[in-house]
Ligand binder design. Sequence first.
Ligand code: PHE
Ligand code: ZN
Length: 877
Amino acid sequence: MRTQDPKTIYLKEYQQPAYWVEHINLTVRLFEGYTEVASELRLKKNPTVDSRELVLNGVGQSIQSLHLGDQPLSEDDYQYSDNILRLQCDADEVQFRAVTHIDPQNNTSLEGLYQSGTMYCTQCEAEGFRKITFYPDRPDVMASFTTRIEADAKHFPVLLSNGNPVDSGALEGGRHYAVWEDPFPKPSYLFALVAGDLASKDDRFTTFSGREATLRIFVEPQNAHKVDFALTSLKKAMTWDEEVYGREYDLDLFMIVASDFFNMGAMENKGLNIFNSAAVLASPDTSNDQRFERIEGIVAHEYFHNWSGNRVTCRDWFQLSLKEGFTVFRDTEFSSDTHDRAVKRIETVAGLRAGQFPEDNGPMAHPVRPDSYIEINNFYTATVYEKGAEVVRMIHTLISAEYFRRGSDLYFERFDGQAVTTDDFVACMEEVSGLDLTQFKRWYSQAGTPRLTVTDQFDAGKGTYTLSFHQSCPATPGQTEKSPFVIPIKLGLLGADGQDLPITTKANYNADTEVLTITDEVTEVVFTGLSERPVPSLLRDFSAPVKLSFGYSNEQLAFLAANDANGFNRWDALQQLYLRAILSMATDHRAGRTLSAPSVVVEAVATVAGDASLSPAIRASMLTLPGYAILKDAVDVVYIDDLIAARKHLVKTLASRYRDIWRSLTEKLSSDAPYEFNAEESGRRQLQGLSLWYWLKAGDQAAFDFAAELYAGATNQTDRSNALRAVLAGDAEALQQSLLSDFYERWQSDTQMVEQWLTMQAGTPGMTVAGIETLMQHPAFDIKNPNKVRSVIVGFAMNTESFHDEKGEGYALLASVVRQLNALNPQLAARLVTLLSDWKRYDTARGRMMASALETILATESLSSNVFEMAQRALKD
Ligand code: PHE
Ligand code: ZN
């Protein structure tokens, strides 16, 4: 909790610690009512630092005893204030011992050691270890760990920590112990401990050098049937990392534990990953295709961290993207190789535009490598993760896959066992490729999404075509002036027949990769030998995270949507058409004119819907309209009612104009085959779900009947949720109610299904604040459980039509939930604040109500530094 104004930490003030920790012996004794932690740190003076002060972090530590060497320490020997313990240390090598008591049973922050359902577990990233014991809790301190756990044998038969099990046995009083040894030096944020009555399932993996590893998943017994998919995903990920990066697993045992109470998706603790249950437990009956895909991706992500994050870690938390950006890039590539690359790229970019671009376009904007923070937990953002991954992707594009692999080999070899910086990573890529990335590194230090404006000129006489690129980047908090970025632009030039024309130019263009690299504010590129004026296809595969504008006519966009050789750009051309159509209708709505969707757009939809040469998955993504996040990001002032009216009008037009198409697609895409999760089948189900949704929007009774039947006869959760989603979006209230109560009746004992049930309701059109308040009274809701809070509260905030109700009640509800969570779970509370942070982009009336909700939050008593930082940034001029 905040006592005075919280302190800001700066990258430029980084200093190594005066003492390193070589080894820690940790003993954790779990008792009813409290936990005793005894730790022994083998300290070693850092010769490069003059100070002899030992600085240890410690939060909520009730001190029982402290020793330096053999010397017991009394209160005169140290200072313990502001969660830091300081003492003078004369020796260069000495042992520090602490015995403290902590209170995991009342730890609702879900950081440090806490109780999750019937088990105990830990979460130490970023700064949770200091809630377990006194320690230099910073990632550049890497130590080997020996962990002994003692607990009641009956309630906690399973005792786990990082590394390999080395000893276990009985103790008196019905208690027992287990000892774990992790030989790989690691930062404290990768420490983990679990104690519980858990079921487990094993698998095996033989690495490429012939080493045998046991893979083991632990779950609460009722979830034992939901572990197979994660085990299979894990093995796929292990194989991929061997094949694509030459990285092998390094311990004898790899464990995953599922926890119902978890602030994030999952955590890569060395040898002992801890997952949010929702991100690991899967079965066809309870998980839809999207969930399967997400689980596979997260399992891979956490596994990949074993090298990108654990063996090579971050020097300080400003370098967070070193491990997260790189690892997201790795897991995205894994998914692309495993399923459909174009579909994956489309999903990734849609997510980036809906999540990261708005962040970069508002008061929360920060560089991929931030230069200051109050609370590091507030920087686990789309910018650090997703934009960070785009930055790594651009390096990959610029130096080629082959050099990227050589660079990553060098990085892992050179820095194994060390804590390093993004500069160190980039230096490896420069060294192997010979490319100077000095200017490129602005992507790490400058915030904001660059704008790239392109104009063209054709000279028929000379056969030349000129593209002029102009880049700029808007001001972001703390950064008014920006210097030009290095922007790789993958491009093609289409002839009238829709084929790519050969490209000849003197510019910095790589014909093998079709990438043009620009570095200046203004760049003119002349293409020669052209006998016709081409249509440019720019930024193929979204080769750089920028906002591109080129004065395409609607017809040119439709042409690209139908012909571009690049699947991603076909999708993107259509998205631009949709966006334009919606924005211009929003303007009409504002002016009181009648709405009419441009016929080019409406016709393009029929073309795609009927194009059997496109895979169902691609067709589904091409037929999906941009969501509100993207629409809001595209306007100067958000008049939300106009956007809603315009988007609805386009949906309605497409639904009713093509009701026969939607009907026939829905029917044709049915299948009796047993459920299988793969790209083809999930594509089929996705297109069927979308067609059904449109068909139902046309209001046909037959569509409702089809949906009710699909729901009733579903043998998997994808069909079931497709049916429900469609019905909930329509206006058949009786059917909605009956399906929702049937769903709860049937699945109330399944936590993941209950979460989906809550999310669906929170997202239903017509949901009200009163309805949400009722839902929060439901026995299935629990304010202490982040998944439940996310389902209901984030689910509601994503329900644009309801959340932005004109009286501002949605904002007030959110503020009151944040105030309540501030004391219980500051990390989660702070995350919810971001849902109001774009207040300035709205019309004055709504903006004022959102700001006043933020002010209410800022006025909360005992405001956590987490929430303080976010609310204050959101309100800042
Ligand atoms: N490091 C985790 C990941 O990205 C995320 C995480 C951060 C989990 C902080 C818990 C706490 O894989
Ligand atoms: Zn990660």
